[in-house]
Write a protein that binds this ligand. Structure first.
Ligand SMILES: C[S@@+](CC[C@H](N)C(=O)[O-])C[C@H]1O[C@@H](n2cnc3c(N)ncnc32)[C@H](O)[C@@H]1O
Length: 216
């Protein structure tokens, strides 16, 4: 689903208080910036940003960073966060191929991948947020007890991601092929998730622990 271009987003993002203009300058200091001693959550591909906003409100002791590379979506996120600011929430407008520039090794505690673009054609596999190069970055920036939480409606992406995570040495600690069959009030519903739930589609979810790589 391609997002309509929002002309105001470019200018809005230049001065938005919730946007971190130079995230590389906060590298290693995110928890201080977000005034938190709790877990640091990083959502990659945040869309319109409601998931991190809801989670930051529900977990005021934790810090949240929403990353989004699409200008119009990033504009919507920052507007939402500016209109209803939370001290433990910021956004980064940028491509998550640069995570090591923004986060120190072992700085993040939970990475959220919510309804990532499936990129079904094999030639685009490198763009999938669960492809090996992304998983390598996640492993570097995640703390020793760090986790990846993944949700999708796409069974092919789910299967692909499970294989990639296992090959990258992550340990599967939770798994469902119909996650919203049960109530999960502790986990916010994303914009995409709500649409799929309304259409009656099952939500696939897996949770991964960093674990040790075979040669660690
Ligand atoms: C299908 S949407 C899902 C949005 C939201 N997570 C949800 O569940 O409603 C995927 C989003 O990920 C963003 N995205 C994809 N690859 C990205 C990357 N490498 N860095 C940052 N954002 C990315 C896209 O721009 C898009 O907004």
């Amino acid at each position: 689903m391609r997002m309509r271009r929002l002309k105001w987003a470019e200018d809005y993002l230049k001065t938005s208080p919730s946007r971190m203009m130079e995230p590389e300058k906060v590298k290693g200091r995110w928890k201080r910036k977000l005034k938190t001693d709790g877990a640091l959550h990083v959502e990659i591909g945040a869309g319109k940003g409601s998931y991190s906003h809801d989670m930051a409100r529900m977990n005021p002791e934790d810090g949240f960073i929403a990353i989004e590379k699409n200008e119009s979506a990033a504009g919507m996120i920052s507007k939402k966060y500016d209109e209803s600011p939370l001290p433990n929430l910021k956004m980064i407008y940028g491509d998550a191929t640069d995570l090591r520039n923004w986060f120190q090794n072992r700085e993040a505690d939970i990475i959220h991948l919510n309804f990532s673009d499936p990129w079904p054609k094999r030639r685009n596999a490198k763009r999938r947020l669960s492809s090996p190069a992304f998983l390598d970055q996640y492993r570097d920036i995640l703390s020793e007890e760090g986790e990846i939480w993944m949700k999708t409606d796409n069974s092919s992406l789910f299967e692909y991601s499970i294989l990639q995570m296992l090959q990258a040495g992550f340990e599967l600690i939770d798994f469902s092929v119909d996650y919203r069959r049960d109530e999960h009030p502790e986990d916010a519903i994303t914009e995409y998730e709500r649409k799929f739930m309304e259409a009656g589609n099952p939500i696939y979810r897996s949770v991964w622990k960093k674990g040790r790589r075979k040669n660690d």
